[in-house]
Every structure is written in structure tokens, then in C-alpha cells.
Design a protein around this ligand. Structure first.
Ligand code: NAP
Length: 316
């Protein structure tokens, strides 16, 4: 039987329409949730990410503000900016777009954000809440993965889950969120031995290591749910021929678009062996900004001690 495609765009739309209901409630109570995005320097990818975040805020009727700082900004300049945003009552969420220029200590900047406004969920206080099972602002991409699984009726309680990758941004928080859903969780990383055999035991397999098409058929238990967090750009025909069994279609895409996106999971193998999987693009990616919006609305409701009726499933 063909594997089920877990459509991230569809799930994103569900979340956004639920969120619109919550925002209406907040607005009726005189509250417009607000997000401030701080961009330091001219990184073109970061500029696109911030633009998309601000645009999504606008489409939902949230207040948003983009704060651009020069690439020469010092750690002190950024801390001063964050301090001002922490003090502003109209700002519920603060996001510092990463990466930061080398002279700015990213950890210190993230720790300066008021945990109540930490919509990226990267402050140690929020990480601690996540670890101890308390309500928190969880990092957006891992929270999005859990939303995909829940809303696709994938059974998590008792399932064996393997997360490949242990970053603070994705792997570690995702493992904690899956544990909170009662999965039996293993985390793998670059020093893990016999990874394919370990992966074959997983009912839920997550690739989050930034290695194009690394998870191949030998990793996948037949019928498993495979979540692909990776986003890798292939820009040469040679890479495509090396990674695809049948490279003809991706080679056509390369010619038309100049690059092909591939996840950490081999796309032909996953279709063949998995029970359900997230495609790249169109799987986990669309959820990240949606969960940032969820966190912004959550932060606004919590800071102002408002309880909305349409609490999303992600509120736990
Ligand atoms: P990261 O910080 O580079 O972490 C990669 C992790 O993968 C590390 O823990 C590393 O292990 C592990 N790893 C690397 N090679 C491995 C191997 N051969 N076998 C097993 N584990 C290995 O990356 P990240 O920020 O977590 O991002 C992971 C991927 O997700 C990237 O492709 C990124 O572009 C993508 N991403 C997507 C979204 C989205 O919105 N969809 C959001 C964020 C990230 P060690 O710790 O031992 O080095």
C-alpha cells in the first residue's frame, strides 16, 4: 500500500484558522498580540525568513514590527534593544533571527529575552519548563512536528520514537515533546553506533540532522511514520545522481529552478517503505511559522492572563 503523505500545508491551514478564532476573541477583549522580529545584518536567507514571519502576522491581523540592526551591531547594542522590547507592553513575542554576526554572543542574546515573550522557546527557562513537563513556549519546529503527528492520528503513546539529531533547536526539544506524549524516545547523534538497525526499531522515525537523503530504506521499519525535518539544497547534477535512484525528475527540476530541495530522508525509499511520511518541501517546513504565530498568541494571552475558548491542542 502506498505510504500516506502527511501534508504540512493542510495542517498549517487548520492551525491558522483555529488561531484566527482565538485572535478574534483576544481582539474583542481589546488585545492585539504583537511580535517584534530583530534582524542583525544582511543575511539574505534571514531577511526572507523575517519577511515571511512579519507577512504571516499581518495576514492574521497581529501587530508586528521588524527591527533591523547593522551587521556591525555589538552585543551591547542588541542587549539594549532586547531590553527595550522586554519593557514594551504592546510586544508579546520577541524573536531574534539567527544566525547572529560573530561578535554577538547568541546564547547571551537569547537569554536576555523575557521568558514570557520568548516565542522561539529557546530561553533556558522555557527549556526547563519543557523538561519538567510544565506549560511553556516550546520551540516552533518541534512543536510543529507534534502537531502533524497528533492531527494525523498517529498513535504516540507507547510508540517507539527515534529522533536523529540532538540540537537545542530541534532534536532535544522534540524528544522532550514526544516523551510528554508518552512515546518511548531514543535520541541518536553523530556518535551513535549501528544507527540503521536502531532506526529499524522505530515506529516513528525523525530525521533532523542536516544530511541530504541520509535516511535510506535500510533505516525504515516497514509501515513506520517518518518525519523529515531536514531542508537541504542540492545545486549540482552530480549530487542528484548520487542521492536519487531515478534522478530524471529532480534533474528536470534542477534545470528549471537552479536547485532542488531534499530532506534528510531519501524521498523514493520513504514512499516505498513507510506507512506515512512528511514530504520535503510541504511537510514540516510550513508548520514552523504557524507555531510561531501560536506561540505569539499564547504569550499574549498568558501575559495578560486571558483565557481563550478555542485553546489549541498544542496548549498543554
Ligand atoms: P544541527 O544543529 O546541525 O544539528 C544536527 C544534529 O544531527 C546534531 O545533533 C548531529 O550530531 C546530528 N548528526 C549529524 N550528522 C549525523 C550523522 N551522520 N548521524 C547521526 N546524527 C548526525 O542542525 P539543526 O539545526 O537541528 O537542523 C537539522 C535539520 O533541520 C537541518 O537540515 C535544518 O535545515 C533543518 N531545519 C528545518 C526547520 C524547518 O522549519 N523545517 C527548522 C530548523 C531546522 P552531533 O550532535 O553528534 O554533532
Amino acid at each position: 500500500m502506498a505510504a500516506r503523505i502527511l501534508d504540512g500545508n493542510k495542517i498549517r491551514e487548520q492551525i491558522m484558522s483555529e488561531l484566527a478564532g482565538e485572535i478574534r476573541e483576544l481582539k474583542a477583549a481589546g488585545i492585539t498580540p504583537g511580535l517584534a522580529a530583530v534582524l542583525v545584518g544582511q543575511n539574505p536567507a534571514s531577511q526572507i525568513y523575517v519577511r515571511n514571519k512579519v507577512k504571516t502576522c499581518q495576514s492574521l491581523g497581529l501587530y508586528s514590527e521588524k527591527i533591523e540592526m547593522p551587521s556591525s551591531a555589538t552585543a551591547g547594542d542588541l542587549l539594549k534593544q532586547v531590553d527595550q522590547l522586554n519593557r514594551r507592553d504592546d510586544v508579546d513575542g520577541i524573536l531574534i533571527q539567527l544566525p547572529l554576526p560573530p561578535q554577538v554572543d547568541a546564547a547571551a542574546a537569547l537569554e536576555a529575552v523575557d521568558p514570557a515573550k520568548d516565542v522561539d522557546g529557546l530561553h533556558p527557562v522555557n527549556m526547563g519548563y519543557l523538561m519538567s513537563g510544565r506549560p511553556c513556549l516550546a520551540p516552533c519546529t518541534p512543536a510543529g512536528v507534534v502537531e502533524i503527528l497528533r492531527r494525523s492520528q498517529i498513535v504516540l503513546a507507547g510508540a517507539r520514537a527515534l529522533v536523529i539529531g540532538r540540537s537545542n533547536l530541534v532534536g532535544k526539544p522534540l524528544a522532550m515533546l514526544l516523551l510528554r506524549e508518552h512515546a518511548t524516545v531514543t535520541i541518536a547523534h553523530s556518535k551513535t553506533r549501528e544507527l540503521p538497525a536502531l532506526a529499524r526499531q522505530a515506529d516513528i522515525l525523525v530525521g533532523a540532522m542536516g544530511k541530504p537523503a541520509f535516511v535510506t530504506a535500510e533505516f525504515i521499519k516497514p509501515g513506520a511514520t517518518v518525519i523529515d525535518v531536514g531542508i537541504n539544497r542540492l545545486s549540482t547534477a552530480e549530487e542528484i545522481r548520487r542521492l536519487y535512484h531515478d534522478p530524471s525528475e529532480p534533474l528536470r527540476r534542477l534545470e528549471a529552478k537552479g536547485a532542488v530541495l531534499v530532506g534528510d530522508v531519501q524521498p523514493e525509499d520513504v514512499r516505498e517503505k513507510a506507512g506515512a511520511f512528511t514530504p520535503v518541501p510541504g511537510g514540516v517546513g510550513p508548520l514552523t511559522i504557524a507555531m510561531l504565530m501560536v506561540n505569539t498568541v499564547r504569550a499574549a494571552a498568558r501575559r495578560r492572563a486571558v483565557r481563550t475558548q478555542n485553546g489549541l491542542a498544542c496548549e498543554k
